[in-house]
Design a protein around this ligand. Structure first.
Ligand code: AMP
Length: 188
């Protein structure tokens, strides 16, 4: 099974991806985690990505498509994957369609975690104030910018996947375990 988990920053995508990973034995492919890994390694790619990430901007599509394309060939992806934080633009979604087609992989569902954007802002501020595991792009100013980029560049993926008949939606305002229950119902 191969799915996309989709939603704005702060909607709980990463948490749900971990639940799905454990329950279905498929692998979470988080482009954000991969990029943070590159930054930690101080690789060329990491150096290119760091300023963009810290600034809340998107990393260029070609870089993202390249890392996903290499990652998906690894053995642990054989049972299936959860794309988390990817695709984030229509051009990434088109490239993903091509890539999956070439590798004869079927995308089963795109799960949109829908949240109230007003409440999201307060969640964002709360997360930004947490000191444990703080990410360098976790401050309210940058997160608000990321939300704007989400609305502009990523939200158009909703009609894109609706047209493919793959989009399903869960209520991200519920508690974590309830959101996951909804996801399970959609995947079983
Ligand atoms: P995330 O962990 O998914 O919230 O991503 C953190 C940051 O990494 C984003 O704000 C972007 O700067 C970058 N990033 C992650 N995934 C992508 C993607 N698919 N396309 C472009 N930039 C990305």
């Amino acid at each position: 099974m191969n799915i996309i988990l989709f939603g704005p920053p702060g909607c709980g995508k990463g948490t749900q991806a971990k639940f799905v990973e454990k329950r279905y034995g498929i692998v979470q492919l988080s482009t954000g985690d991969m990029l943070r890994g590159e930054i930690k390694k101080e690789s060329n790619l990491g150096l290119k990505a760091k300023n963009l990430i810290d600034d809340g901007k998107l990393v260029p599509d070609e870089i993202i498509i390249d890392i996903i394309s290499k990652r998906i060939d690894k053995d642990d992806c054989k049972n299936g994957v959860i794309f988390d934080g990817f695709p984030r633009t229509i051009s990434q979604a088109l490239a993903l369609d091509k890539l999956l087609d070439k590798k004869k992989i079927i995308l089963d569902k795109v799960i949109e975690i829908r949240v109230d954007e007003e409440i999201l802002l307060s969640r964002i501020e709360k997360r930004a104030n947490e000191t444990v595991n703080k990410r360098s792009d976790d401050n309210s100013e940058i997160l608000i910018k990321r939300l704007e980029i989400y609305k502009q560049d990523t939200k158009p993926l909703i009609p894109f996947y609706q047209k493919q008949g793959k989009l399903v939606t869960v209520d991200g305002m519920k508690k974590e375990n309830e959101v996951f229950n909804e996801i399970e119902l959609l995947l079983n």
